[in-house]
Ligand binder design. Sequence first.
Ligand SMILES: Cc1cc2nc3c(=O)[nH]c(=O)nc-3n(C[C@H](O)[C@H](O)[C@H](O)COP(=O)(O)OP(=O)(O)OC[C@H]3O[C@@H](n4cnc5c(N)ncnc54)[C@H](O)[C@@H]3O)c2cc1C
Length: 418
Amino acid sequence: MTEVVIIGAGLAGLVTAYHAAKNGARVKIVAKGWGATHWSAGTIDALGYYPDEKSPAQNVFDSLDALTHAEPNHPYALIDRRAIADAFAQFAALTREIGLPYEGNATKNLWLPSPVGAARPAFIAPRAQLTGDLSRQQPMLIVGLRGMRDFYPELIAENLSKQGHAARAAFLPLDTITARHDSNTVQLASTLDDTATRAKLGGALKQLVRAGERIGLPAILGMNVHDDVIGDLRDATGADIFEIPTLPPSVPGIRLNTALNQHLQKLGVRVDVNMQVTAFHAENGRIQYVESETSGRPLKHRGDVFVLATGGILGGGVNSDHTGKTWEVVFGLPLAAPAQRTDWFRTRFIDSQGHPVFRTGVRVNRDFQPVDANGARVFENLYAAGGILAHADAIRERSLEGIAIATGTAVGKATADR
Ligand SMILES: Cc1cc2nc3c(=O)[nH]c(=O)nc-3n(C[C@H](O)[C@H](O)[C@H](O)COP(=O)(O)OP(=O)(O)OC[C@H]3O[C@@H](n4cnc5c(N)ncnc54)[C@H](O)[C@@H]3O)c2cc1C
């Protein structure tokens, strides 16, 4: 049985682990902390805009074809279109299996309200966000809790109205769901796991909603019994309910992370978080083990195959200094990066071509094995997946989770096959 050690517990690491374990490998994840799922909206963004932010992807797969044709080094260009579609379909099936079903429009993006009421493209989304799809012609009542931090229903409704969507705002007192004066989103979501609290919220919402409206609430609708919360609020109000993502911490992202981790444990995957990989040992071009810090002595993690899923500049897998030097933090891999500090950013803050620094990352071959500038494989048993890969401007493209899933699926299967 192949032993796979994955460094990083973001979406790329978790998806790689799932496919490696499903395909018969023994898998261990070692990570410094949780990944960016805790900060992002909890949706899966495959490709929102291409070639620039003025060009929304109408058919995601046609835009993917255009992107991979124009940018042959892009991570998506290393996988064929059918395998990318399969990876998303398998991820959607996995979300059903873990009780947190994600859905979408097959080839078209959903357009979901952002925390400020802008329309945001997402390829697939948890069911609770789906009902907020702005391509549906149904008026919206956006409800906030007075005193809750960072959620402004009036701003959201006003911005939605300006874009031609019927929306109005309303407030409920925070003590509808909690006696605490200051709670974060995770604490608020946990209060709604309690049946009596959500019955109180349901009763209050029923007083506000008008016939035909759907109700948008901050993404705090339950931590552990999310489906029950949605179902109970729908029954109490007679209206469709949807969640609007909040600023971090992101409850939908944490729900996804928790459910994936629980499922991985059932598959026998070991997940060790709070373990930063600080060193490695290689012999004859093969990595023998990586080391993580503990309070005592460094811990060695041995394996047949290693996967780097450390998330690049955002995740901490790539570091930099004021001189313009950039480096990959675990193996010191060669990076594709701007030659000097002055090349990191274009002169305009919002530039339609993006900023070169965000494309920094590890170059890989078609098997997702890191290579040097001449295309030679660096280690015989090392792979990379997700945000650590070079040549994508994933925030501008709105492709971060899509790249994590497509490449994690490919790498998980490849490592198990060895
Ligand atoms: C603030 C923020 C906002 C974001 N907003 C969006 C958004 O709006 N839309 C969008 O599509 N995406 C967004 N993302 C990004 C997106 O969610 C992820 O980057 C993407 O899912 C890629 O995941 P990943 O698994 O490659 O990396 P990450 O999720 O970044 O995970 C990296 C993992 O590697 C671990 N790690 C790093 N270094 C080490 C080390 N030395 N040893 C051990 N472990 C290590 C980290 O602890 C973490 O577990 C956002 C990310 C951040 C940080």
